[in-house]
Design a protein around this ligand. Structure first.
Ligand SMILES: [Zn+2]
Length: 397
């Protein structure tokens, strides 16, 4: 019996030990406090509240220990008065963000990286009135209390930290180019079509006051890293890649429609096929240094999936509205996710628009008409504008 009791004790302490999560690392990346845990972290484990005089935002992570005593020590952030991480109780890690004024903050975890947790830190211009702050703090509390994990509500909690969109750069990437023609059907080439539409989009965005940078304005080939690095180097706020779709001859009269993609691994066979086709082109001559790990890493390190999803929804919706007002039989292929290499490393909301099927005779004819292209461009521009305006509204600017 005694042996049994010892065994039971051992077993329960092992289970206890296993159940305790560990905070392995804490660092500041792009205005966010990025926490890396040993195991999946659940929203239920996190409780947040505020203290005043002086103002502090506190996050308690239950059932968690610091992996090392010095985790999060010496973190410096210019917009906070103080930033402390400590083992508050044997099973609670406490994070205290001290700043001069209340600020809008909604902690979240990216969908795919279950061991990462992000806490947006105050930005200089993002100090909000206390009233607004309290409202959001309440919603966070309520959500974590219920421990709900529904995607819909999680989305609601994800609020980016944009301030003003005035003068924010949009990078437009016309797919393919040069020796890489993209899809070809009916004597027409994808690379020409997407450049035409990209240029119209540039015009439409400039009309709305956005600065625009084009990854290419001529018929030239760009390696994959060039496309995304341009967006990084230029500090773009939104990245839009324009492509056209295609299917083999046997299906060409049936398959048509407009789709908007954002980067994420997918099980959807159709999205996989489209991604494989587009990836094959961009990877040629550029893929040697890249590996599947790059995709995974960039997804894990880029908490912009939800933002990209929102952007994709706005863009898809506006394209549909514009085109349907003037054309019949426009097919809404919807918003989908797929592992597009061209979106890898995108640390900003990034989408890939498949403007239609170049293989479908009727759609191809429309795609190459000026009016249709202008409506598409107008739709994409309105979608981007809508997306950025909504972000601004969410933050009360
Ligand atoms: Zn393409």
């Amino acid at each position: 019996m005694r042996l049994l009791r010892i065994l039971a004790l051992l077993l329960s302490s092992t289970i206890m030990l296993l159940a305790v999560n560990r905070l392995n690392d804490a660092k500041i990346v792009k205005g966010e406090l990025r926490l890396t845990f040993a195991n999946t972290i659940d929203k239920k484990q996190i409780r947040s509240f505020t203290l005043t005089k002086p103002y502090r935002k506190v996050f308690d992570i239950k059932n968690c220990r610091l992996a090392k005593r010095n985790v999060g020590q010496g973190l410096k952030c210019s917009t906070t008065r103080s930033l402390k991480i400590a083992q508050y109780r044997p099973d609670i890690v406490r994070i205290v963000v001290g700043c001069d004024k209340p600020y809008h903050c909604t902690p979240y975890k990216p969908i795919l990286s279950k061991r990462l947790y992000h806490i947006p830190l105050p930005k200089k211009s993002s100090h909000l009135p206390a009233k607004r702050y309290n409202a959001s703090a309440h919603s966070v509390k309520k959500a974590s209390a219920k421990g709900q994990t529904k995607k819909r509500k999680a989305k609601k909690l994800l609020k980016p930290t944009y301030h003003s969109h005035k003068g924010e750069l949009i990078v437009i990437d016309a797919g393919h180019g040069g020796h890489d023609t993209g899809a070809i059907a009916g004597g027409k080439r994808e690379k020409d079509l997407v450049l035409q539409i990209a240029k119209r989009l540039e015009k439409a965005l400039k009309k709305r006051g956005y600065p625009v940078y084009m990854t290419r304005r001529t018929d030239r080939f760009l390696k994959l890293p060039q496309r995304t690095h341009i967006a990084d180097k230029k500090g773009a706020k939104v990245f839009v890649s324009i492509h056209a779709n295609s299917v083999p001859k046997s299906k060409r009269n049936r398959v048509h429609g407009i789709e908007t993609f954002f980067l994420q691994n997918t099980r959807d066979a159709k999205s996989k096929r489209i991604a494989a086709r587009e990836n094959a082109a961009v990877l040629k001559g550029a893929g040697s240094r890249l590996s599947k790990k790059v995709i995974v890493d960039s997804v894990l390190n880029g908490p912009k999936i939800i933002e990209s999803n929102k952007l994709a929804i706005d863009v898809q919706k506006r394209m549909m509205t514009n085109l349907r007002a003037h054309y019949s039989g426009i097919k809404d292929g919807g918003v989908r996710h797929a592992p597009f290499w061209v979106l890898v490393g995108a640390s900003r909301p990034s989408i890939l628009v498949e403007v239609g099927y170049i293989s479908h005779p009727k759609e191809r004819k429309r795609l190459f008409s000026r009016r249709y292209q202008e409506l598409l461009a107008k739709g994409i521009a309105e979608g981007i504008d809508n997306y950025l305006n909504n972000r601004r509204k969410e933050l009360g600017f």
